[in-house]
Design a protein around this ligand. Structure first.
Ligand code: ADE
Length: 225
């Protein structure tokens, strides 16, 4: 899978994709993350990516020309499943959306910035708007990183242990069960006996009961349908 991220601040997320599981996924050839600087597609002397809004309201607006040039170039090179724009106005990103995006071959994620973006970008160049929650970030870079991370880790082979993505909180509509490691007794804070029993069937049953109890307590909304 290839994800092209379009931003005016590439340095904000480059480090993120060069670390840990995201870096390993790329080394293994399971994911290709290509970060593009929108500024490289400006043609004016000052490399302007934003301008004053028509109508005189406050703040700057991202210009359409460099974004169109970049998206048009990318689309001439391969077919894209979706061109996503990160925005608090968008449909809410969740595990279900991550699952469906992980089946895509090529995605573009355009990071919003400043006060807004020339509305014609949203009308003509993107296929969907995605929000990572009801709060406003200073830019869409963190949102793009969150969307790409949650999506790439679901690609088979990215996580070492095949079971671990399937066990995730939300993957089966339930929160995860507690996990523990050594020592079994730390300052008198003991690991539940059952986990030391060696009885696989009872342990699986305990884990499922814990998932249901934690979901009921912490996220009862997930049990509603
Ligand atoms: N840009 C600013 N805030 C955002 C959010 N909550 N989700 C996605 N993109 C954003």
């Amino acid at each position: 899978m290839r994800i092209d991220i379009l931003t005016v601040l590439p340095e904000m997320i480059e480090g993120f994709f060069n670390c840990s599981i995201m870096a390993r996924a790329q080394k293994k050839g399971l994911a290709e993350i290509v970060i593009h600087n929108i500024r490289d597609y400006t043609t004016d002397k000052h490399h302007k990516t934003d301008d004053y809004p028509f109508g005189g309201s406050a703040g700057m607006v991202m210009k359409i020309e460099p974004i169109d040039r970049l998206i048009t170039k990318l689309k001439s090179e391969r077919d894209y499943d979706d061109v996503i724009f990160t925005s608090p106005d968008g449909e809410r990103f969740d595990q279900r959306m991550a699952n469906s995006l992980s089946l895509c071959n090529n995605l573009i994620i355009l990071c919003g910035h400043f006060k807004g973006i020339d509305y014609r970008v949203r009308e003509h160049l993107i296929t969907r708007e995605v929000s990572i929650g009801d709060y406003v970030l200073t830019g869409g870079e963190l949102a793009a990183a969150a969307i790409a991370d949650a999506t790439v880790r679901l690609i088979p082979g990215v996580l070492g242990d095949v079971g671990s993505a399937l066990d995730d909180s939300f993957q089966d509509g339930l929160l995860d069960h507690p996990v523990y490691t050594r020592p079994a007794d730390y300052k008198g804070w003991c690991v539940p006996e059952i986990l030391l029993s060696g009885n696989e069937a009872l342990i699986r049953e305990w884990e499922l009961n814990q998932q249901i109890a934690r979901t009921r307590r912490l996220r009862p909304d997930l049990l509603k349908d």
